[in-house]
Design a protein around this ligand. Structure first.
Ligand SMILES: [Zn+2]
Length: 180
């Protein structure tokens, strides 16, 4: 996995394609400790997993942030479309992360059904059906490959945007660029 992640530890590590763009600014603010500065209008959309162990260092008015299980466009596409259509967003960062619980989701089937019954007050049969119907859309085999495929999906759907696949490492709280 390490080979597929490009560390950004210095300005010069930011590829030309993303330099002087909101993607480059994201790396500067989050990884390089560049002062937050002030923004008047968000120019970046971030799609990331809801996992609570990730904390981005972002200035106010810098980015729209859409989160769900596994950073999937599916289920969030109206929010993403809204940010593009009405917010004029041209740059999108899709951020996967290490130890994502959506990897190998199928193995958590019993836990999910038990939990939704106990904590959500659902009938067991409804919880079973729900998991069976929806886990294929959120589960994944590989956290890095999934970011690339999600980025490709977004590029196809919004061809005028620039989409960067990134990865949040829970080990060092840094953002990496995913090698495509
Ligand atoms: Zn996750």
């Amino acid at each position: 996995m390490k080979n597929s992640l490009i560390p950004i530890k210095d300005e010069k590590d930011i590829p030309e394609l993303y330099r002087n763009t909101p993607i480059g600014s994201l790396f500067q603010r989050h990884n390089l400790g560049t002062p937050m500065g002030s923004y008047e209008k968000a120019e970046l959309l971030i799609l990331m997993c809801m996992d609570s162990r990730q904390e981005l260092r972002l200035p106010r008015d810098f980015a729209f942030v859409v989160r769900n299980g596994g950073a999937r466009l599916g289920g969030n596409s109206f929010s993403v479309s809204f940010a593009i259509a009405c917010g004029g967003i041209q740059y999108i960062a899709v951020i996967g992360h290490s130890d994502c619980k959506m990897v190998d989701l199928e193995s958590r089937k019993e836990e999910f059904i038990r939990g939704l019954t106990k904590h959500g007050g659902w009938k067991k049969s409804d919880a079973e059906e729900y998991f069976l119907n929806l886990h294929p859309f959120f589960g994944k085999n590989d956290a890095v490959k999934s970011v690339i495929s999600e980025a490709d999906t977004i590029r196809l759907k919004y061809p005028a945007t620039v989409v960067a696949p990134l990865f949040y490492s829970l080990e060092d709280d840094h953002l990496y660029l995913v090698r495509e």
